[in-house]
Design a protein. Structure first.
Length: 184
């Protein structure tokens, strides 16, 4: 039975969204295709109508999450959000605690290093983030804008990774606070 194209596209989008959330929460090996399909309300068999393999899903979910994150970042910038405001939101306790809806870099970078199929999409995301950080610096005629952008991006991602990994709540909050302060 064939489904209308819009229904198929909606199902595809739901699979990508749920996969992205589950991958960020539990990692690529921590979630099965069956669990992803169950989260979307679809059967495991329907998966192969949308993706060739789990690796294909991983790659496409990274692309989808990247597209959404970059779109949101551009919208925030065009509505007047400063880079300092972006950094403050990124280095918040809320972002630290909401892995499934958080940054793909902080949640998945170490796993993507071992997933060649996802590296191209991830590399594109990192490059776009660097460009997004560098653009306002370049407009302000900041010397070495790209270097500063790479440093800022590395700092915020690293701070979130560390803040999530430690088991001491006070240290976690201190990491976020000090990273915010150093980038202000």
């Amino acid at each position: 039975m064939r489904y209308p194209p819009q229904e198929t596209a909606d199902k595809h989008a739901r699979i990508l969204e749920q996969a992205s959330i589950l991958f960020r929460e539990r990692g690529f090996s921590g979630v099965s295709v069956s669990e992803i399909m169950k989260a979307t309300g679809l059967t495991h068999g329907a998966f192969y109508n949308h993706f060739k393999s789990k690796e294909d899903l991983i790659s496409k979910s990274i692309e989808d999450a990247s597209t959404k994150a970059l779109h949101s970042m551009r919208e925030d910038a065009s509505s007047g959000q400063s880079m300092a405001q972006f950094v403050d939101e990124y280095l918040s306790e809320q972002h630290r605690d909401e892995r499934g809806n958080g940054c793909i870099m902080a949640a998945l970078a170490s796993e993507i290093a071992r997933e060649p199929a996802a590296q191209r999409a991830f590399t594109g995301h990192v490059e776009a983030m660097v460009e997004g950080f560098a653009e306002p610096l370049a407009k302000a005629k900041t010397k070495n804008a790209r270097r500063h952008a790479i440093h800022a991006l590395s700092s915020i991602v690293g701070a979130i990774v560390l803040a999530r990994a430690v088991d001491d709540p006070e240290l976690s909050e201190e990491i976020l606070r000090e990273a915010r302060a150093s980038l202000d």
